[in-house]
Write a protein that binds this ligand. Structure first.
Ligand SMILES: Cc1cc2nc3c(=O)[nH]c(=O)nc-3n(C[C@H](O)[C@H](O)[C@H](O)COP(=O)(O)OP(=O)(O)OC[C@H]3O[C@@H](n4cnc5c(N)ncnc54)[C@H](O)[C@@H]3O)c2cc1C
Length: 544
């Protein structure tokens, strides 16, 4: 028997859940189909050690920042369990001795910390912060803007392009120049323009390469830094990040509760195999077991290759669109290492296993731009990094729900292994890579290795095969210049619509996406709701 809904959402990651919640809130009978045994996708909390189920890790994504307050408010996420602990400072202990802390909201302490390494850099920091805030004021609203179809001569598209130009009419020559620099420069070159000390530049470079198949010397990495600096967890501090209580799965769970509250149905272990079309329009989906489910609206939140090439098929798509999706760049070389610790790291530079401020933020292994660049060059040359870089966090500094009292969870977001490791498991080499990563921390915190009770190493192959992150890219596609704004995921289709009428696109591979922000899900639902209203209006005018 065929079931019928008003809307089907393919994929129960956080974007699929946001789209479903908005569709149901607007009155659509909505079904979410999720292939895994649980929702959340890359925003998931799991217990990876069967003999120690009391330890829970945020297995892939690990910190929040980019979710717009509008989504939090409209879906009433706080009532449903969305609760963020703002993170402490950025912290790096240097192998050659000493350490640095950088605070999101304490200019005085930043000055003292940075002046330890360079008085000139300490003087430059407030100007850098102000400069970045100014740019975030331009880029932040752009994240929520539906990209126009640049180049189209259709009157409606021209109106959208002009509207964007009008909204940005206040920009002056300097601001345009700064945005151009940000979009085109490498983070290494940009930092050289502002700072002199290797320690400070290393600290500032990390955000430029998170999830990116590009070292800090590659053009475009300055923008990746900005993307990771725009967010605001709602406490008013630009670029500050926070930990969700219960791990990132807690964010998905809150959205799921909101969605269910609006009447959304969710089916787990329901892998979609194909999108059904009829007369060039979407008609529904077919599950792997052959079951057909029908709806006039389908929102897909999967990787573009799966959503379009596998589920719709090249025959039913325009050739140019197919070529664009075939050429979509989706590499990362990221390895996530989740650890259960018996005690906190005891840094030589800041001794003690008692919880201190430097345990509460990001605990980095990125001591210089050259160090980060070397780890990328290793991977580009086809080898896993000899000394990988890591963006580490210890969420249990705040969140006591993840493990037994006295123990801790540490999450290491590390780079790089070769991009083609998504094709084979490379199990033994991944474990050796994790050993080297742990050794790097052990050099600066000599109790580290011995404190590890359990470890879980998730490489690009696992990300692709367990979670559908093709190529292991953490954002369903690289945040490189040619894949941003009106090009994300393909020119002419950045407005959350697709070449197939009735099929909408809500994955992180759309503009605004990349990160647990819900923007793609929100925008795709808004597009579907607007088209439905337009269709209803046209039908009623036709009847008159
Ligand atoms: C290691 C790692 C670290 C990250 N760290 C951060 C971070 O700290 N902060 C941050 O903001 N972002 C981070 N990100 C990025 C962020 O997690 C993703 O951009 C975001 O979660 C993607 O959400 P989504 O809903 O678009 O897609 P997904 O989360 O990929 O959801 C897609 C869903 O579709 C399901 N699915 C796949 N195929 C099918 C099918 N055929 N039928 C039905 N269902 C299917 C999948 O199981 C999945 O649940 C990280 C990502 C990774 C991998």
């Amino acid at each position: 028997m065929t079931s019928t809904y008003d809307a089907i959402v393919v994929g129960g990651g956080h974007n699929g859940l946001v789209a479903a919640a908005y569709l149901a809130r607007a009155g659509s009978r909505t079904l979410v189909l999720e292939a895994r045994h649980k929702t959340g996708g890359a925003a998931t909390t799991e217990s990876p050690w069967p003999d120690a189920p009391e330890f829970k890790v945020t297995r892939l994504s690990y910190v929040m920042s980019l979710m717009p307050p509008t989504i939090i408010r409209e879906l009433d996420l706080e009532r449903h369990g969305y609760k963020i602990f703002p993170m402490g400072p950025y912290y790096q202990a240097f192998p050659e001795g000493g350490s640095i802390k950088i605070f999101a909201d304490d200019a005085k302490r930043n000055y003292d910390e940075i002046a330890k390494w360079s008085k000139r850099d300490a003087d430059a920091m407030p100007r850098w912060d102000a400069w970045l805030s100014g740019l975030a004021e331009v880029l932040g609203p752009l994240l929520l803007t539906v990209p126009p179809r640049l180049g189209s001569r259709r009157p409606a598209d021209l109106v959208e392009t002009l509207r964007l130009a009008w909204r940005n009419r206040g920009l002056d020559v300097r601001t345009i120049a700064d945005v151009t620099r940000l979009m085109t420069m490498s983070i290494a070159d940009l930092l050289d323009d502002w700072f002199e000390s290797p320690q400070v530049k290393g600290a500032m470079a990390v955000n430029g390469v998170i999830g990116t198949w590009a070292g800090p010397c590659e053009p475009g990495t300055a923008y990746v830094m900005a993307h990771h600096s725009i967010g605001d967890v709602g406490d008013g501090h630009l670029g500050n990040w926070g930990f969700q209580e219960g791990g990132m799965g807690g964010v998905s769970a809150a959205i799921e509760r909101a969605a269910r509250g609006h009447g959304v149905e969710i089916r787990l272990n329901a892998r979609v195999a194909r999108t059904l079309l009829a007369n060039g329009r979407v008609r529904g989906v077919v599950l792997e077991d052959g079951e057909e489910i029908v709806a006039p609206v389908v929102v897909t939140s999967l990787h573009p290759r799966t959503a379009f090439l596998d589920h719709v098929g090249a025959r039913d798509l325009p050739d140019e669109f197919v070529a664009d999706i075939e050429h979509w760049k989706t590499r990362s070389g990221v390895v996530k290492i989740n650890l259960a610790l018996s005690e906190l790291p005891d840094f030589t530079a800041d001794p003690g296993t008692n919880q201190q401020e430097h345990h509460t933020g990001s605990v980095e292994m990125a001591p210089s731009v050259e160090y980060i660049e070397r780890s990328f060059q290793d991977a580009r040359e086809g080898r896993p990094a000899l000394r990988p870089f890591s963006d580490g966090v210890i969420p249990t500094a705040f969140d006591k729900t993840l493990c037994p009292e006295g123990c801790h969870i540490m999450s290491l977001f590390t780079q790089w292994v070769p991009a083609d490791w998504s094709e084979e498991p490379h199990r033994e080499e991944l474990e050796a890579y994790a050993d080297r990563m742990i050794d790097c921390y052990d050099e600066v915190a000599p109790n580290f290795k011995a404190s590890i009770l359990h470890r879980d190493v998730v490489g690009p192959y696992d990300m692709e095969h367990e979670y559908g992150l093709i190529g292991g890219n953490i954002f369903h596609g690289e945040l490189s210049l040619e894949q941003l704004f009106h090009m994300r995921p393909a020119p002419g289709y950045a407005n959350y619509r697709t070449p197939v009428p009735g099929l909408y696109y809500a994955s992180s591979a759309t503009h605004g996406g990349g990160g647990v922000c819900g923007i793609p899900g929100w925008q795709a639902a808004k597009a579907a709701i607007a088209d439905r209203k337009r269709g209803a209006l046209a039908a009623s005018l036709h009847r008159r």
